[in-house]
Design a binder for this molecule. Structure first.
Ligand code: DGL
Length: 260
């Protein structure tokens, strides 16, 4: 049986990329809801309806577990999805706890979508350990659109990031949490703009560790030949042009892993 990796678009490939390395004997179904991307500007009801639809679709394709490789969908819908679907569901939240553990008592900026930034889930998570108010939240919805269009380093992207991030007194910060899976593609661009004292933190590795742990726990790890199927909403991606596009994203992510 397959592992479903779900995102509103191509951001979740960053989780898939980690998963295929850590779980080389599994089969994967990557579902990018490109018909409805971006989720970060939609209502909770809309996101719940899109994700429920996608989960039903993936269930019909026999997935044994799903990673919601999308902070926005996790924020808006994970509780309801867990109630409705009786398979292991691994969600994703901005890795603020990891940032706090590594860089104790120093300031952090979390970049995410508006839904994640405004959502109760992230507020609750931060309230649990940020009693000194060291975390600032910034919504960067346009980055999702740039990422979907394979635009990672244009003048527009750099101007947008500078405008949103250089207003902080960055010498006082130690980390930037990539709280949206689409943002992993911009690490080189961000590295150029931000001072070297700011390190990047993402939740990809932690999420895949959780997936592996969960599959082990319920005895669902497999030992088959790795295969990956891609879907754009309910359509299987089989054109070579689109597959090549996905491989370009995965290659970019391999380069981004080396940047901290
Ligand atoms: N990739 C998603 C996330 O991690 C959301 C992007 C969007 O559709 O707005 O939050």
């Amino acid at each position: 049986m397959k592992i479903g990796i779900f995102d509103s678009g191509l951001g979740g490939l960053s989780v898939l990329n980690e998963a295929i390395k850590k779980l080389p004997n599994e089969q994967f179904l990557y579902y990018a809801d490109r018909q409805n991307v971006p989720y970060g500007l939609k209502s909770k009801e809309q996101i719940l309806s899109y994700t429920t639809h996608a989960f039903k679709f993936m269930q019909e394709k026999d997935v044994k577990a799903v990673v919601v490789a999308c902070n926005t969908a996790t924020s808006a819908a994970i509780n309801e999805l867990r109630e409705e679907f009786a398979i292991p569901i691994i969600g994703m939240e901005p890795a603020v706890k990891k940032a706090a553990d590594i860089f104790k008592n120093s300031r952090t900026i979390v970049i995410a979508t508006p839904v994640t930034v405004k959502g109760k889930k992230l507020k609750d998570l931060i309230a649990r350990f940020d009693n000194k108010s060291l975390i600032d939240l910034v919504a960067l919805p346009k980055l999702v659109e740039f990422a979907e269009n394979e635009e990672f380093y244009s003048q527009r992207v750099r101007a947008y990031l500078k405008n949103e991030l250089l207003k902080f007194d960055l010498a006082n910060y130690s980390s930037l949490v990539l709280g949206c899976t689409h943002f992993n593609y911009f690490k080189d661009t961000l590295r150029e703009i931000l001072p070297p004292n700011i390190k990047f933190i993402d939740g990809n590795e932690g999420t895949v560790n959780k997936l592996k742990y969960e599959l082990e726990r319920v005895n669902l790890l497999e030992d088959s030949t790795q295969e990956i199927e891609y879907y754009y909403s309910d359509s299987k991606v089989d054109s070579q042009v689109e597959l090549d596009r996905i491989y370009r994203y995965l290659k970019r992510l391999d380069r981004m892993i080396l940047i901290d």
